[in-house]
Ligand binder design. Structure first.
Ligand code: NAD
Ligand code: USQ
Length: 397
């Protein structure tokens, strides 16, 4: 297939591009490199040394013999170029990773909120309307998030997208209705992913677009089979207070003897998936495309759930680190349970990598190896969800 990977220079997009290219697909990365600019804005860099996207593609060709093409294009701001690009390349499938993905970055200031909404909602909508206009019947696979649902426990499993409810009509008769499982996003970033869901529902229903939305948990780990093939193919690894995700942050904190930064009691339960399983899930989703006229297919893309304090204890046990319980910079439930249905991918053949088996390897081969690249001042998470919370944020545990 000819596959467009939008956001293919990012943490999930790069290993996915390599994985699909390795399977023999003709891969075209489209990216505006905004994530690299945001590193510059924040004064941070990936823990792992990343080459330019052009250099990465050159090395991949050398290692595999396969070509990955790179196209510099802003999906949110360059609608006409996007349409022309689609008309010229006519992909069979499109994987859409191209959004601002950090919740803390999206809550930093009013400017960051505006940027995140403008970028994410416009990118998704521009893509959908361009597909309609060009009459390209590509299967669109979008990376959404588990966090659209919020974390208020009701003791029931989160289904894969839809909920059957019963309502009473004016005659007092009970009628069945299928609705999108209700969202309750916990950040401006997560809110944009909830808005994406409505855009997908509309374009699938109105124009017959074929869409799969992957509601992914927190991705951990760094390398995949393909990024490990050459040191210059290494994946990015974010550790700073805005873009670093919780488990990857604990791993680098352990490597530099920084107390593990647990927000609040650490009673937050979240869904996780290894980056190797992310790329496999995208492959599986591509093999199971919806037909024209189908509702949006929604998969929960996660393999296990953990409480933040349990993760900190696991890392502390492996490394001897201290744990610091800090005032939470976010507005979120202090404690929650989380049960998630993920039958679709298991049925399609996913055999998940478990956290216990991969953690030590990640500490030794990534966190400790590149510890000299860490700037300690960028480790604290200081982006506060409200002005009140900002007054209580701790900058140095
Ligand atoms: P990332 O920031 O590393 O990659 C996103 C890429 O998209 C970057 O290369 C960026 O330059 C590009 N991009 C952003 N806006 C663009 C635009 N307007 N036009 C063109 N390119 C643009 O993020 P990631 O961690 O790889 O996440 C990819 C997707 O997966 C995101 O949509 C995110 O919401 C979702 N996701 C990520 C995680 C995670 O833990 N990393 C978990 C669940 C879901
Ligand atoms: N947390 C800590 N200490 C830290 C960092 C985070 O206790 O040093 C806590 C947070 O308060 C939160 C939890 O860990 O309760 C998860 O935070 P995170 O930054 O790892 O994850 P999140 O903000 O939810 O966002 C990440 C990705 C996002 C993706 C989402 C999947 O950045 O792109 O959509 O995970 S999910 O969480 O399932 O919505």
């Amino acid at each position: 297939m000819r596959i467009a990977v939008l956001g293919g220079d990012g943490f999930c997009g790069w290993p996915t591009s390599l994985h699909l290219s390795n399977l023999g697909h003709d891969v075209h990365i489209v990216d505006n490199l905004s994530r690299r600019w945001i590193d510059t804005e924040l004064g941070v860099q990936s823990l792992t040394p990343m080459d330019s996207i052009q250099e990465r593609c050159r090395i991949w060709k050398q290692v595999s013999g396969n070509e990955i093409h790179f196209h510099l294009l802003d999906l949110a701001k360059e609608y006409q170029r996007l349409r022309l690009w689609l008309e010229e390349y006519r992909p069979d499938a499109i994987i859409h990773f191209a959004e601002q993905r950090a919740a803390p970055y999206s809550m930093k200031s009013d400017r960051h909120k505006v940027y995140t909404v403008d970028n994410n909602v416009s990118a998704t909508h521009n893509l959908l309307t361009a597909l309609v206009e060009t009459e390209i019947d590509a299967h669109l696979v979008h990376l959404g998030t588990m966090g659209v649902y919020g974390y208020s426990s009701v003791g029931a499993a989160i289904p894969e997208g839809y909920l059957d409810v019963e309502i009473e009509n004016l005659e007092g008769e009970k009628k069945g209705l299928e609705i999108l499982y209700p969202t309750r996003p916990g950040s401006v970033y997560h809110m944009t992913k909830s808005l994406d869901q409505i855009l997908f529902q509309f374009y699938a229903q109105n124009d017959g677009l074929r869409i799969t939305d992957l509601h992914q948990g927190i991705v951990w780990g760094t390398n995949t089979d393909q990024t490990s093939r050459h040191e210059q193919l290494i994946n990015r690894f974010d550790y700073d207070g805005d873009y670093g995700t919780v488990l990857n942050r604990f791993l680098i904190q352990a490597a530099i003897k920084y107390p593990l930064t647990v927000h609040g009691t650490g009673g937050q339960t979240r869904a996780f998936i290894h980056i190797q399983d992310t790329v496999r899930c995208v492959e599986l989703a591509l093999s199971d495309a919806p037909e024209r006229g189908d509702r949006v297919k929604i998969f929960n893309q996660m393999t296990e759930t953990h409480r933040v304090r349990d993760l900190a204890e696991m890392v502390a046990k492996l490394t001897g680190s201290e744990i610091a319980f800090l005032p939470n910079p976010r507005k979120e439930a202090a404690e929650n349970d989380l049960i998630v249905k993920n039958d679709s991918f298991l049925t399609l053949g996913l055999d998940p990598i478990r956290l216990e088996s991969g953690l030590l390897d990640e500490i030794v081969h990534i966190a400790e190896k590149y510890a000299h690249r860490i700037d300690r001042k960028h480790v604290p998470a200081v982006s506060a969800w409200t002005k009140d919370i900002a007054r209580r944020v701790v900058r140095d545990p």
